[in-house]
Every structure is written in C-alpha cells, then in structure tokens.
Design a protein around this ligand. Structure first.
Ligand code: LMR
Length: 400
C-alpha cells in the first residue's frame, strides 16, 4: 500500500538531536536544537516552575478538558506579558487570543486563520533566512511563502537596506512575518530605531504584520524590553497577529505552552474572530493540554513567582552572554582565521557562526559536535566544561 511513499529527509533541526543521540563518544556536544542547558550541560527546570508545580499539586486540580481556546486566565496573562498591561487594545478588550501547542501551534493556527479569512492576500514574506519550520508551517496552512532580505553574509549583520527595499517592493497588503526578538537562526535583531522604520514601511504599504515571539526575555534578559517591536507596532495602531511560546523563557519545552493572538477593531469583532478561531482549532486537536498552561498561569499571576521567574530568565540570558565572551576569546587566542566579533554581538539563544556545511559535517564526524548545517549553534549547549574542546575543534575545522 505504501510502496509509493518516498523516504523523507530528517528534520534539519530535530534530526540533529537524533544523530547526536546515536553518537556514543563521551566528548559529544549537541548545539543543534534551541533548548537551554545549565552549566553542567543538563536540561534546566526553572525553580519558579518547580514552585508553581508544587502549588498546583497541592491544589489537586482535575483533568477535565480545557475550552477550545484554552485556559482563559492563562491567555489573558500571556497577552498582558506580550502587549503590556496598559496596551490599548488589551484594555479595550479587542484582542482575540487562544492557547496553542507552543509557538509552532500558534503559527499554524495563525496561518490557517489568515489563509481562510485574510481577505487581501495569500502571500507571506519571511526573512531570509528564517527558522526552518516557518516555510512548511505556512505552506501547509495554504499560504504562498516568499522571502525578504534580512541577513548580510558580508557584514554578518542585518541587511537593513535590502530589508527595506524588499518590504517596499512587496505587493500591498501582503503578510509579513517578523521575529519579535532574538532572530532565529541569525541572532541579529533590528535596533529600536530600525524597528520604528520597519513599522512605518509596514504601515505605509498596508502590509499585515505577523510577529513570532518565541524568545521573549532571551534577547536582553528583560521581557518588556524584548517586547519593544510588538508594543511599538501596536502603539502605532497596527492590527498585528502574534505567536508566543513559553518553551524557552519558562523552559516548558515538552509541555507545549503558547498563545496566538490577533488584534481586532472592537469587542464585537473580537467575538466573531474568537468564534472562528474555535472552528479552525477544533478539527486540528480539539483543545490544548492543561498542565503547562496551569504552570505558566501560576507564575504569571503571582507577583512573587513572576519576579522570581524574570530573574531566572535573566540568569539564562546572562549565562549565554558569558559563553559568547568565552568562545570569542578562546577562538581569538587560538588564532582562528576569520572575524569572530559576531559571536559576541549576536543575541538570544543562537549564534550564526559562519561555519560552512562541509565544516559542520567535519565537526560532527571528527569531533562529535552537532549543529545545524547552516552553521547555527545553540549557545546554551556550551558550558565551562566543553567550551574549550568546542573552540579547539572549530579552530581546527576552519584551519583545515
Ligand atoms: C529551534 O530552532 O531549535 C527551536 O525552535 C526548536 C525547534 O522546534 O526547532
């Protein structure tokens, strides 16, 4: 029956974890998937999350179904975290928001909703490069995917002129996907002034801005500073769509906690959009999982846990920054050919090293070091115990 099914390639990101797991060498390092590791290289359950789970267990919650759009208190608090408590559309009750199966699920709901109801275009522009899953998510949602220039290989920074030109040349009212902060995979973000300019172009060209905010808190260590772009667009009166993930900033990877929201004109329009979000979601997965949303909501709704959590996010961001400094210094000490300043200037969880596909392949085969073929490394996978071995191996791969 299935003789016509061709073998598919491994996932460019999650496939790296499979290869890593199959490697038996004790020196092996996985810098593929963006998942935080502590100083000992171990998965990290945030103390605020542990505390929230204790409180939850003590409250003996039931296991009933959530509504289709999820836990109401969680979605309210998630929106507050992204838009800010003072946000006008939030105060006016005109943000439609649903819980989602983390960031991917939020993007998928958004893609499906836009594909069904956005009346002006079926075209979405993604930055080049973008997170590897963006293209299949939006393609499978029924949208046509195109690219706008983002990363400049020569400067290893933002191609701001190219970005502006491409957005200006996009057909009016196209959808444009923007990484709210800590761009994945490059670690290169626009400055606040550049965001203001991007917002002006999006407004002028009547483009529809769809923000993916998977790393709120990871870029600067502050959740409100990292929400600058989202909040600026909203303060300019733009009706954005937003995908949020709590995988990274709360370390809730496998709990699949996220939210999708859309700004509407008023509460009446919001109610209509809400009703259709339910119709999009119900045939996909009925309703979302409850446990992770309860954890996130316990943190977001308790002032003490919230401030503890914020300092833990900052702690993760700071450890990554210290690894950037150390990696840069070690590569320079080893007289590694090339410019490595971008290791320090890039932000968020990833560094776009500039290593080529043959170099990344050699690192996997000879040094048991795994990363995505585009040369992206998850900085969070480095620690004082493995960074020197990593730097020496990179230095060797570059010199070979
Ligand atoms: C990543 O880019 O590594 C993360 O967003 C995890 C994933 O699902 O790809």
């Amino acid at each position: 029956t299935w003789s016509n099914v061709p073998a598919g390639p491994p996932d460019p990101i999650l496939g790296v974890t499979e290869a890593f797991k199959a490697d038996k060498d004790p020196r092996k390092i996985n810098l593929g998937v963006g998942a935080y590791r502590d100083e000992a290289g171990k998965p990290y359950v945030l103390p605020s999350v542990k505390k929230a789970e204790e409180l939850l267990t003590a409250s003996k919650p039931d296991k009933e179904y959530l509504p289709i759009t999820g836990l109401g208190d969680f979605t309210k608090n998630a929106a507050k975290l992204a838009y800010g408590a003072e946000s006008k559309p939030l105060v006016n009750n005109s943000i439609a928001v649903t819980q989602s199966i983390s960031g991917t699920g939020a993007l998928r709901i958004g893609g499906a909703f836009l594909s069904r109801f956005y009346p002006h275009s079926k075209v979405i522009y993604l930055p080049v490069p973008s997170w590897g899953n963006h293209t299949p998510i939006f393609r499978d949602s029924g949208l046509e995917v195109r690219g706008y220039r983002y990363f400049d290989k020569k400067t290893v920074g933002l191609d701001f002129a190219g970005l502006k030109e491409d957005l200006k040349n996009a057909p009016e009212q196209s959808i444009v996907l923007l990484h709210a902060c800590a761009h994945n995979p490059t670690g290169v973000d626009p400055t606040q002034d550049q965001w203001r300019e991007i917002s002006d172009i999006v407004k002028e060209k009547k483009l529809f801005p769809f923000f993916d905010m998977a790393y709120q808190g990871f870029a600067s260590g502050s959740t409100s500073r990292d929400a600058f772009a989202v909040r600026h667009f909203v303060s300019e009166g733009q009706q954005i769509a937003l995908s949020q993930s709590f995988a990274k900033n709360m370390g809730l990877y496998g709990e699949r906690v996220g939210a999708f929201s859309l700004i509407t004109a008023d509460p009446e329009e919001k109610a209509r959009v809400d009703s259709q979000l339910k119709i999009v979601i119900r045939p996909m997965y009925s309703n979302p999982p409850v446990h992770g949303a309860r954890i996130a909501n316990t943190i977001l709704s308790s002032p003490e846990l919230y401030s503890q959590w914020e300092s833990e996010v900052k702690g993760m961001a700071d450890r990554i920054i210290s690894m950037r400094d150390k990696l840069f210094n070690t590569l320079v000490d080893l007289k590694t050919p090339g410019e490595w300043g971008h290791i320090k200037s890039q932000i968020g969880m990833f560094s776009f090293t500039g290593l080529t596909p043959p170099q990344t392949k050699a690192l996997a085969e000879k040094a048991h070091i795994y990363m995505t073929a585009d040369g992206r490394i998850s900085m969070a996978g480095l620690n004082n115990g493995n960074i020197e071995y990593f730097a020496e191996s990179v230095s060797k791969a570059v010199k070979d």
